[in-house]
Design a protein around this ligand. Sequence first.
Ligand code: PHE
Length: 488
Amino acid sequence: MAEDAILGYLATAEEIPDSGQFATQHGLHHNDVVNVIKSLHGFRYIDAQDIKRESWVLTDEGKKYAADGSPEVQLFFAIPQQGSISKDELQKKLEPSVFKIGCSQAGRNKWVDMGKQVSRKVQHVEDKVKGLLIRVQNGEEIGKDDVNSLKARKLIVAQTWKGYSVRKGPNYAPKKKKVATDLTRENLQRGDWKELEFKEYNFNAKGPPAEAGHLHPLQKVKQQLTNIFLQMGFEEMPTNNFVESSFWNFDALFQPQQHPARDSHDTFFLEAPSTTRELPEDYVQLVKSVHESGGYGSRGYMYDWKREEANKNLLRTHTTAVSTRMLYDLAKQPFAPKRYFSIDRVFRNESVDRTHLAEFHQIEGLVCDRGLTLGDLIGVLNDFFSRLGMSKLRFKPAYNPYTEPSMEIFSYHEGLKKWVEIGNSGMFRPEMLLPMGFPEDVRVIAWGLSLERPTMILYGIDNIRDLFGHKVDLSLIKRNPLCRIGIN
Ligand code: PHE
């Protein structure tokens, strides 16, 4: 429509001086006219020159007054024709901002007497401001002084209007020819390709952006951490089971059955299948007895251990469940020292906020060897974390049911200028290792931390929902930079 209008008009006229006026005259949207002008210009049917105009538009406040009247007039009409009204009464009748602005403008116009009592000073007022605002809204010109006063009251703002003036171009025709964009089998069969006019190639057109996969920041940091573990001689554990039995997640870790973490408020239990199919029976008996009555120098927890509780399936709450299975397998073979690591997902029934989700990734490392000490653990942690760029570490005694001693790990954060907790660690208890069948002098040192925390720090993300889940902005995934751990 706009295309025919423009080309048709130029058949008899020299020029369309202003695309804005042209659009209004022809009942077209200016945007449509602009799009057609750009395209016709591209085919050189027309020549187009930019024109720019400053115009005025109403601010939100201006729009309100154009509809409801200026505050000073609203105030005026809230005052009785005869007599007076108390200032407090008057204030109650009006919106706070209308009252405040109305008082000062009506006072300046000498329309009202302002005191404790307010009364009209004139018979009649005219809402000049509203009138001017409506004219601006309709695109009419108003005087310079009026512009200045509306501008000073922030009721209008300047806006640059962009349009075109248009003349015939070298390829002008009153109607645009349809050009072919494809050479089809039908064109060849009919032979009409000889007459067809083909659209020229536009070698300057940008092609669509190439679609390709992009690594999520968590994947990048995970890869860097994997490299660090591999450089330190660690082997990766198979973590491809989100569903675990309570036995491997808790019982084998000497975590008592009445421990609060085993509550459904903290752990997601499975409805179907609700229980595990098989557990290594001999080992289950040993775990049961170490819970009930101890052994290996321990008194145990002294309660009735229930098999049904151990059978319950859950979404693993930590990757330490995997470490436990690995250690159990290792203990069955002739002893050889091992270093294992894993980085994978775990689930906790927690309330979600800016730093917590009900699922996250855990990084876990363990070293199993004869005669290891707490000093070895501290040494390995210093080595590991300094490779992550965190060389200032501090440790604080902590408690885990499966480690003794246990230590929280803190690192000095140069940016935040304070010590932040970065992980948890400890030496697995004999109550856990000896039932597996390890020789008595074998010790296992281990630590765990979240993958999300360092990733958020490295990528400057402060809300975990911007990193993981359905609210993640895909352009973040497409554009996030390489991960360069330790170089910051
Ligand atoms: N499993 C612990 C946690 O979930 C981390 C940890 C791993 C602690 C190994 C000590 C030893 O926080």
